[in-house]
Ligand binder design. Sequence first.
Ligand code: GAL
Length: 317
Amino acid sequence: MVAIIVLLTSATAQKKINPGEVWPDDKGNHIQAHGGGIVKIDKYYYWYGEQRRQGLDTGLRYVSCYRSKDLASWQFMGDALQLSDPEHLGSNWVLERPKVYFNRKTKTYVMYFHLDDARYKLARVGVATSNKPEGPFTYRESFRPLEKESRDIGQFIDDDGTAYLVFESWPTKGFFIARLSDDYLKVEKEVCLINAPLEGGAIVHYKGLYYAIGSALTGWNPNPNKYATAKSLEGPWSEFKDIAPPETNTYSSQSTMMLKVEGTKDTTVIFMADQWKPKTQWDSRYLWMPLQTGDGKLWLPEPKPWSIDIKTGKVQF
Ligand code: GAL
């Protein structure tokens, strides 16, 4: 009898995700995976992001790696990338918004990140690879994808497994969706330019429709993030609309990714965003919330604690 009760309680009590709160990892430290992305490989979700803890070597830039089976409890796997200025960019050089793809053919983990100088004039992606998810990743090179300026990057893997890089382009005002090469080491083909002055681009494919989210260009300050839809990645894309009441500035957050969890009962799309604290970046928070999505509409409900059952895909508040 006792065993049954224990089983029942553990089945119903999923660990909560608390948007905007300190999010302790397995060692009790606030998770450092800012501007991050998530990739699921077999039974684990891997979360990579900007490592911004206090006391780091200021000459280096770091990408952290965490893993989880339930999206709520995260184990710190260490700093997957530790990089010294790879292109003589000078002090305050920038490595932001890392994203990792796993190439099943080459069994290689391929990391992309925004690489820049202090004035954001270089506008390139950097590429690093590893044969293990937790790294160490080795720097390979940097380039401008499709010869275009590239700043904020986003990651999108379609249901058929095709991998895309989303990158923000200032001169053309918008973000490109570009297909990666077979080995993921190059950005091969322009699929679309979403022609709206947005960054922090995120895409999800949900029930036959593509949804794209982006934020306005206000640096670390939050703004009303917007979404558009299209039947095909090539477009045409609809007008952009608010994802939340505009006066909340997306509940003080900026988009970084949408993560789709396909369970046995429900498919849930999670909005992953950063609540930046530019002066104390190590304390920047995460706003993760299940989106209300469907029939061409997308809405970010007011943040509150929630949990997800990864098996069924069901969300509870
Ligand atoms: C934001 C961007 C961040 C970071 C910041 C610097 O617009 O999304 O990743 O680059 O500007 O001001």
